[in-house]
Write a protein that binds this ligand. Structure first.
Ligand code: F0G
Length: 421
């Protein structure tokens, strides 16, 4: 099976372009990567993955500058449409590490990307592909962050952008970004999954180039999150992490990190036994992946009604599930659901260590805490939690989780009096 950790390095088909091609994860059909616009398999409609004739080891990561393009050898191009994405911090959190009770805990803060989320890593590659294909209009459905990143990278690439958002369910910072970067914002009277259904149909009709994570090139850029975490742990602990905990919506990151690890194993740069356990976290009100993992199901059941304060992951139909379920299972990982209250508590805990994240991001820490309390995570594990978006993305959630401003008079005496109360 092509998604197995022990799969062999495939042979390049005749229509490979510079050693890269697209391959169906189900039927194995192969396609030239940049000749036509294509998101899924022509033969069986399953998901596609980018494949390479030559896979890099850690020593090969010396590409273009810092961040995503340093990993050019693991990507289909040497450079992209870029605003310097990647190279995000891997913060130490000594108090949280101690309180949760693991050997090591580090926070990979993807909120420190140019538009404030990990989506930038996917867009620098995806928008480059759009240029290669010669399309002029880009589109996505989004819970907010994808739309912000698409708007920024699309405008940098000189292309028109169209974003479909679930009306009333997107955090203010994200809409502001999409708006100022010049996207046309269509507010849909429905949830994210409905937006994705529509935009897929628009893309199939040739109206625009689709840049949701269904697009296999997006996930290539997002692989670099995993590569940076591994390099960071190797530098600091001389070993890769035992576990990576991440929030799950469409399961794009789960799929991308798994692909990064599979490719390192195939290149001989990582032992199969050392691959970090991929551990997905969803909000209780939107947890179809957790349901599938808990039930040992081969497929994920679409949830029509989803709700959570973590609007970024308010998703009932994770399109990358066929890639992500093997990722969780083959790495001996798991998935867990957390309540909105647990998410807010974790958001406050991260903030108390100086790390500002949006609610969906805090789900990773909330999930780790829960799994540690249940004894599923051991006290001798070295763990990385992924925080996917910046605090300022959702100012309303931050204000609700934080303390209220206190009105004071406009004189020092009055302020002192207030402070003594
Ligand atoms: N965290 C944040 C902050 C997100 O914005 C998203 C997804 C996820 C986690 C889930 O990541 O889909 O790779 O499992 N946001 C998408 C969007 C859906 O439209 O911005 P995933």
């Amino acid at each position: 099976m092509s998604l197995s950790l022990s799969a062999d390095q495939p042979e390049a088909p005749a229509d490979a372009d510079d050693g890269a091609w697209l391959e169906c994860i189900d039927c194995g059909a192969t396609f030239a990567p940049f000749d036509d616009v294509r998101y899924t398999c022509d033969e069986c409609d399953s998901l596609l993955e980018v494949r390479y004739a030559d896979l890099p080891t850690f020593d090969d990561f010396e590409g273009n500058g810092q961040g995503v393009w340093r990993y050019a050898d693991a990507l289909p191009f040497d450079s992209g449409v870029s605003v310097q994405e990647g190279a995000t911090p891997l913060y130490e959190v000594p108090r949280l590490e101690d309180e949760i009770g693991v050997e090591a805990l580090r926070i990979k803060h993807e909120g420190m990307n140019p538009t404030g989320s990990f989506k930038d890593r996917g867009m620098t590659v995806g928008v480059k592909v759009a240029k290669e294909l010669g399309v002029d209009r880009l589109a996505c459905a989004s819970t907010g962050n994808t739309s912000a990143a698409l708007a920024a990278y699309g405008s940098r690439g000189g292309m028109e952008t169209l974003v479909l958002l679930p009306a009333g369910k997107v955090a203010a910072g994200k809409i502001a970004q999409a708006s100022l970067h010049g996207a046309r914002i269509l507010e849909v009277d429905g949830n994210f999954d409905a937006c994705l259904d529509i935009v897929q149909e628009l893309a199939a009709g040739g109206e625009a180039y689709l840049l949701n994570s269904l697009n296999p090139f997006r996930l290539e850029g997002q692989k670099t999150i995993g590569l940076e975490i591994l390099e960071g742990f190797l530098a600091d602990y001389d070993t890769v992490p035992d576990r990576i905990v991440l929030p799950v919506g469409n399961a794009g990151n789960t799929s991308a990190l798994y692909k990064a690890f599979r490719e390192l194993v195939q290149a001989g740069a990582l032992d199969e036994a050392d691959v970090p356990k991929l551990t997905g976290v969803q909000a209780e009100g939107a947890a179809p992946m957790v349901e599938a993992i808990e039930n040992g199901a081969d497929e994920v059941r679409r949830w029509d009604d989803v709700e959570t304060r973590a609007t970024a992951i308010r998703i009932g139909n994770p399109v990358n599930a066929p890639k992500a379920l093997p990722g969780i299972r083959e790495t001996d990982g798991t998935a867990v659901a957390v309540s909105d209250e647990e998410i807010t508590e974790a958001q406050r805990d991260l903030a108390s260590e100086g790390i500002g994240v949006e609610p969906a991001s805090a789900a990773s820490v909330a999930g780790l805490r829960k799994l540690r309390a249940e004894g599923i995570v051991d006290d001798d594990e070295r763990v990385a939690c992924l925080t996917t978006g910046h605090l300022l993305k959702d100012p309303d959630a931050a204000a609700a989780a934080g303390s209220d401003p206190e009105p004071v008079p406009a004189d020092t005496e009055g302020v002192l009096e207030h402070l003594q109360e």
